[in-house]
Design a protein around this ligand. Sequence first.
Ligand code: HPA
Length: 274
Amino acid sequence: MSYPFAQYQESADYIRGRIGSFQPRVAMVLGSGLGFLGDVVKDPIVVPYPDIPHFKASTAPGHKGQLVFGTLEGKPVAVMQGRTHHYEGYSYEEVSYAVRVLRLLGCDTLVVTNAAGCVNTEWQAGDLMLITDQIKIFMESPLRGENLSEFGPRFPDSSHLYTPALREVARKAAYELDIDLKEGVYMYFPGPQYETPAEVRFARIAGADAVGMSTAPEVITAGHCGMQVLGFTLLSNMAAGILDQPLSEQEVLDAAAACRDKFSRLVLACLRTL
Ligand code: HPA
């Protein structure tokens, strides 16, 4: 099914009523571990998801479920503290609903972060990865159903979903901060079960460097409506089967906490030059 354009407008209109003349430019979807960046937004206007017509609440641990409007590094931002995931029971259109609403509110850039399993055996848990491209070939697209031409074309080009110029910004910022930034392909798996070792081998053969359960639907939707995208992955653990140990959510949260400082310095430095 697809939601009518008027419904997206209704959500945006409600938010406009809350933020007045504030005009966000950069939308940020913060995954596990970086949600705290929403707490350091200057002059914040907080809008909880349940207040917004048609918005979905996020139930994943470590996800607050609110939009924070204000400035970060001098840039007018809309920070999504918490995202929804397909594994919570939401459709892909629902998962990326907020992206379209933020586009209607004037955001032209999307910054996405996530935690993911590391598929590339040359790298280590705790490394940061700039996302160069993504693979999401299983299950449907968030754009399935009637095309809303107000947002974009029926068959959008996906050659450069992660904007090359923004990747260059990230490379420079990492260099200046002396942060080792890997670059690679993020492969989406729907979860909530972690991948099997065979699935991880499959992902590696397919060209993936990381596997995770978020981000790809939102980025497809952002690309469709003409937004520039910058994406980062915290490689919180080696993906299943690489080390002889079970994966746990605690490991992911611990890694996110340990890398929080490095990760946030990088994202904030990029924001300054966006
Ligand atoms: N797989 C999928 N999603 C994840 C992982 C993983 O290994 N780690 C953190 N999120």
